[in-house]
Ligand binder design. Structure first.
Ligand SMILES: CC(C)(COP(=O)(O)OP(=O)(O)OC[C@H]1O[C@@H](n2cnc3c(N)ncnc32)[C@H](O)[C@@H]1OP(=O)(O)O)[C@@H](O)C(=O)NCCC(=O)NCCS
Length: 161
């Protein structure tokens, strides 16, 4: 598996699983009926942000975007988002993408990384982030309306760099 910067040719391979993950509505606060152009605008970032793909043999296994979490005098804290094709989940792709985001953020001089909206019921994501040194610094009670579980907490997770 190789992690590299995204190119425009990657988008048609990203959109099917990004669309599916958003439509399922269990893990992201994006619109569940998001149009493809909106998805592209959300996901493919220009500098100072960055979008990467994890690829293997011509397939896109997953993708991550990373960016300053705020502007101005709060721009020294980064953020990132991850999506792994469900067909390739549980194989270390998410961990590799998160490690790359942390590496990039450190290289860029960010002082921390913050995840603004981690759905409390998203056990794979919470476990992955915790294992990489993030902690829950606050939870919006009932901040997310899960399609099966009803209202669940929405964590803010943070890690110093
Ligand atoms: C969350 C996500 C990025 C994890 O990616 P992944 O490639 O499946 O995860 P990995 O195989 O790299 O596993 C990394 C860690 O995640 C956790 N994890 C992964 N799958 C898990 C599962 N089914 N149950 C519990 N923990 C799980 C474990 O801590 C695992 O570490 P380990 O293998 O050392 O035990 C991926 O499931 C995904 O894209 N989900 C949908 C979108 C999403 O939730 N994005 C994050 C939003 S905050």
């Amino acid at each position: 598996m190789l992690i590299r910067d995204v190119t425009p040719d990657d988008w048609p391979l990203i959109w099917p699983f990004l669309h599916r993950i958003c439509a399922e509505g269990e893990t992201f606060s994006y619109p569940t009926d998001m149009a493809e152009e909106q998805g592209r605008a959300y996901w493919l970032l220009d500098a100072p942000g960055r979008t990467v793909v994890a690829v293997e043999g011509g397939a896109v296994l997953g993708t991550a975007k990373m960016n300053p979490n705020q502007m101005g005098n709060a721009a020294h804290v980064s953020s990132a988002s991850f999506m792994v094709d469900p067909a390739h989940s549980g194989q270390g792709v998410g961990r590799a993408l998160c490690a790359e985001a942390l590496r990039w953020a450190g290289e860029q001089g960010y002082r921390g990384m913050q995840f603004n909206a981690v759905v409390a019921s998203n056990t794979p994501a919470v476990r992955l982030y915790t294992s990489l040194g993030f902690r829950v610094i606050g939870t919006v009670p009932e901040g997310f309306r899960h399609p099966r579980l009803g209202y669940v907490g929405l964590h803010i997770m943070y890690r110093e760099l």
